[in-house]
Structures are given as structure tokens and as C-alpha cells.
Write a protein that binds this ligand. Structure first.
Ligand SMILES: Nc1ncnc2c1ncn2[C@@H]1O[C@H](COP(=O)(O)OP(=O)(O)OP(=O)(O)O)[C@@H](O)[C@H]1O
Ligand SMILES: [Mg+2]
Length: 170
């Protein structure tokens, strides 16, 4: 029997940003594996490359060097469409700055990932209610992001990240 590949595997991953002739290597030669069910904390000072790393694991960015594998598949080899659909079905991302849509209220924000999973509106809203309930935010379902406190916005962002029961929560 062959062992299944790790859920997440990074091999010699580097990411350099280039802006106006200035190069910043945010992640340099990072390798690790994470198995399904593992809980891992990435710690380091501000500006040390944590979000850059998360963006690559979350399929929002690609490395300049090295490779990111999800369940054994090299994500750089996937088409843009395939990457988007994998992201929608498998990854829940709680962004550092929440990234809630300003023109949508809390429940609509939470329900959004289910649109990309092809789930009907009625079920989307029912599941969004449950997800809001799970983070203690159901009483603010119809508030817009600007009408919520920072911690409340963060909890709505968590409810959104969890709603599609993703394989990976970042
Ligand atoms: N889009 C970008 N273009 C250019 N430089 C960037 C970009 N994003 C991040 N950087 C730089 O890359 C480095 C790593 O940034 P990153 O956001 O990954 O840090 P972080 O560890 O998440 O920090 P924090 O704890 O403050 O959130 C920083 O020096 C930052 O200025
Ligand atoms: Mg960060």
C-alpha cells in the first residue's frame, strides 16, 4: 500500500516581490509538509513573510521558485480555472484584513463561497445562518461590514471561511 501524499507540501519555495526596482524576498527557500488534521501555527515578526506564505498555500499567489503541492498535485501546473475551483471547494481563508465585501451584509458575505459551489440561494442563506450562529454573530446578520466592530468583522470572516467545510483553513 502506498501512503497518501501530505495535504500540503512546500519544496524549496521562494517568493520575491519586485517594485520600482526594489526586490524584497519575503519567503526564502521554505520546505515543509502538513498532514490532514494537523494544526500548525506560523510565527514570526511583522514583515517576515507569513501572509506571503499563506497566500501561496491558499492558491492566491505562486512561488517564483520551488513548488507548492496540495494533495500531491503541483499547483503551478493547474490552469487558472482549475486553481479557482480548487480554492473555492477546498480552502477557507481568513484574511488578515478580513476582506469582507462592503456592499454586502454579514449573511451575504458568509454565503458567498457557496455561490461558487453551485448551491441554491435558499440553502446558501440557511447554511450562512448556521455559520454565523457558530461564531456568535447571527444577531448581526443584516449589518454591513462598516457597522461591525473589528472583532465582529473578523468573526464574520471566520464564518465565511468555514461555510463550505474546506479541507484547509488558513
Ligand atoms: N505585494 C507586495 N509587494 C511588495 N512587497 C510586498 C508585498 N507584500 C508584502 N511585501 C513585503 O514582503 C515582506 C513580507 O510581507 P508579509 O505580508 O508576508 O509579512 P507578514 O509576516 O504577514 O507580516 P505581518 O505580521 O505584519 O502581517 C514585507 O517586507 C512586505 O513589505
Ligand atoms: Mg501578515
Amino acid at each position: 500500500m502506498t501512503a497518501s501524499p501530505p495535504l500540503i507540501s512546500l519544496q524549496s519555495v521562494s517568493r520575491t516581490y519586485r517594485t520600482d526596482g526594489v526586490a524584497v524576498t519575503a519567503v526564502r527557500n521554505v520546505s515543509f509538509e502538513i498532514a490532514q488534521g494537523e494544526i500548525v501555527a506560523v510565527m514570526g515578526p511583522s514583515g517576515s513573510g507569513k501572509s506571503t506564505l499563506m497566500n501561496m498555500i491558499g492558491l492566491l499567489d505562486l512561488p517564483n521558485e520551488g513548488a507548492v503541492y496540495l494533495q500531491g498535485a503541483d499547483v503551478a501546473g493547474l490552469s487558472e480555472d482549475r486553481r479557482s475551483s480548487l480554492r473555492a471547494r477546498s480552502i477557507g481563508f481568513v484574511f488578515q484584513s478580513y476582506n469582507l465585501l462592503a456592499r454586502h451584509n454579514a449573511i451575504e458575505n458568509v454565503a458567498l463561497p457557496l455561490v461558487y459551489c453551485g448551491i441554491a440561494r435558499k440553502e446558501r442563506l440557511a447554511r450562512a445562518e448556521q455559520s454565523l450562529q457558530s461564531v456568535g454573530m447571527l444577531h448581526r446578520a443584516h449589518h454591513f461590514p462598516r457597522q461591525l466592530s473589528g472583532g465582529e468583522q473578523q468573526r464574520v470572516a471566520i464564518a465565511r471561511a468555514l461555510i463550505a467545510s474546506p479541507l484547509i483553513v488558513l
